[in-house]
Design a protein around this ligand. Structure first.
Ligand code: SF4
Ligand code: SF4
Length: 92
């Protein structure tokens, strides 16, 4: 583990959310281990690497290109760490 994050706790990591008027996609940086399973299973290939935010092991975390996301929630279901939440917004 990189020493930079050794003393960090879950609460020190803020959720990273991308959203539009239809849905939101949140990655919890304090849970994401950077395994990239979500990237592999996403049918839209819209999960990439967040260029700025690091995870709990100082690993690179993922982020969603919300413009391509269909909110299918496959990434949420397959993430072994429970680090993703996908929400559909209510259309008024
Ligand atoms: S599957 Fe979960 S832990 Fe793995 S990279 Fe994706 S969000 Fe992070
Ligand atoms: S919700 Fe579906 S389309 Fe959106 S990032 Fe996750 S797997 Fe990809």
């Amino acid at each position: 583990m990189n020493k930079k994050n050794t003393n960090k706790k879950l609460k020190d990591f803020k959720p990273e959310t991308t959203e539009n008027e239809i849905q939101s996609h949140t990655v919890f940086a304090g849970l994401c281990k950077g395994c990239r399973i979500c990237q592999e299973v996403c049918p839209q290939k819209c999960i990439g690497i967040n260029p700025t935010v690091r995870g709990v092991y100082n690993n690179k975390i993922v982020q969603c290109d919300i413009s391509k996301c269909t909110a299918c929630q496959i990434c949420q279901r397959r993430c072994p760490e429970g680090a993703i939440r996908v929400e559909k917004k209510k259309i008024k």
